[in-house]
Design a protein around this ligand. Structure first.
Ligand code: NAD
Ligand code: AHE
Ligand code: ZN
Length: 369
């Protein structure tokens, strides 16, 4: 079939909206009509050529919601008409990682996914006879896409696509990092670095679990109002702090935070986040994705004296199990999504979504097909 898609033909170039060819679903695969997709900073990072796994030409996008239109042989867990959220972290429930009960990082299809291919080692997308790579196993910047069955969370039919798509990455990543990765407890002091589409969800997750102080740190003053809307109690702009930002945050949190979260992808900030943790028990969670080649460092003494450095992918959530529950949290008013969708765009306007993100003017732009 033919489908309209925004193709990343080259790094650092705007996406081009073209009609591409899409092969139907093979064994264990599903054809999904994407109804809406968010634009996450990770899409921009890959488009900007900063991802060591970045491939071109490819169809980016990994934060979608849609409807199953056709299933390939052997598919049993979804059927045409089902509403679904694509999962860049699938859940096969059979691999060593899934069976361990210790991680959400399913390994069933990770190798081919990282190469921009379906599990059988081929692509379903092509343009003028040349293959186009899939992205994070999702490629939601295409109106129709093919995914493995294990990479689809079936969700309730009454959840609106143009807001629930955000649960496909940003909401689950932020809220999940608090609830599942850090397991923040009521009364804890929390510091969140970077108040964008992810950081604001960390803030609302921290409020949901009953954190006490929720400190937001951002170099963009306009994020203060955003943070306060979702539960932030204190705002710090590092550019306006006299002296050391870490000492400032340690003083603000009575000796250091119980939990800190990096939502910037900046390795200097990641170090500050670790060192702003309380001696003896503070936990710092790296969520931000750093540019290829960047490394983190700190004095080992920071760890010897009890601070813990952790990472979180997709908020530690197991997609097929947890995503439908997070959709319920949204539909029941436990978490908010609608006010964070600052811009709704057509596919033809998708490059504007990237511009708004780089200008710090959006929280989430959503493309509605
Ligand atoms: P965003 O662009 O919406 O927000 C980033 C925010 O960080 C902005 O408000 C910006 O002003 C702020 N910022 C930038 N530099 C800063 C600094 N030095 N100090 C303080 N604040 C600073 O991006 P997003 O969509 O929220 O994504 C945030 C990061 O999370 C990205 O690196 C993205 O790739 C990553 N991410 C990771 C996962 C995961 O599963 N681990 C999932 C989604 C996104
Ligand atoms: N491909 C990059 C790493 C990118 C990365 O860390 N991705 C996160 C999700 S970001 C979503 O917006 C993730 O889940 N990683 C786990 C995984 O298996 O990819 C690189 O450095 O090579
Ligand atoms: Zn993302």
């Amino acid at each position: 079939m033919k489908t309209r898609a925004a193709v990343a033909f080259e790094a650092k170039k705007p996406l081009e909206i073209v009609e591409v060819d899409l092969e139907g679903p093979k064994t264990g695969e599903v054809l999904v009509e994407i109804m809406a997709t968010g634009i996450c900073h990770t899409d921009a990072y890959t488009l900007d050529g900063l991802d060591s796994e970045g491939l071109f030409p490819s169809i980016l996008g990994h934060e979608g919601a849609g409807i199953v239109r056709e299933v390939g042989p052997g598919v049993t867990s979804v059927k045409p008409g089902d509403h679904v959220i694509p999962l860049y972290t699938p859940e096969c429930r059979q691999c060593k990682s899934c069976l361990s009960g210790k991680t959400n990082l399913c390994t069933a299809i990770r190798a081919t996914q990282g190469k921009g291919l379906m599990p059988d080692g081929t692509s379903r997308f092509s343009y003028k006879g040349q293959p186009i790579f899939h992205y994070m196993g999702c490629s939601t910047f295409s109106n129709f896409t093919v995914l493995p069955e294990i990479a689809l969370a079936k969700i309730r039919d009454d959840a609106p696509f143009n807001t629930s798509c955000y649960i496909g990455c940003g909401v689950t990543t932020g809220v999940g990092a608090v609830v599942k990765t850090a397991k923040v407890e009521p009364g804890a002091n929390v510091v969140v670095f970077g108040l964008g589409g992810i950081g604001l969800n960390v803030i609302q997750g921290a409020r949901m679990v009953g954190a006490d102080k929720i400190v937001g740190v951002d170099i963009n003053d306009s994020k203060e109002e955003w943070g306060r809307r979702f539960g932030m109690t204190h705002f710090v702009n590092p550019k306006k702090v006299e002296g050391d930002i870490v000492q400032h945050l340690v003083a603000l949190t009575d000796g250091g935070a119980d939990y800190t979260f990096d939502c910037t992808g900046n390795t200097v900030v990641m170090r500050q986040a670790l060192e702003a943790c309380h001696r003896g028990w503070g936990v710092s969670v790296v969520i931000g994705v750093a540019e290829a080649g960047k490394e983190i460092s700190t004095r080992p003494f920071q760890l010897v004296t009890g601070r813990v450095w952790k990472g979180s992918a997709f908020g530690g959530a197991k997609g097929r199990t947890d995503v439908p529950k997070i959709v319920d949290w949204y539909m029941n008013g436990k978490i908010q999504i609608d006010p964070m969708i600052t811009h709704t765009l057509s596919l033809d306007e998708i490059n504007k979504g990237f511009d708004l993100m780089h200008a710090g003017e959006s929280i989430r732009s959503v493309v509605v097909y």
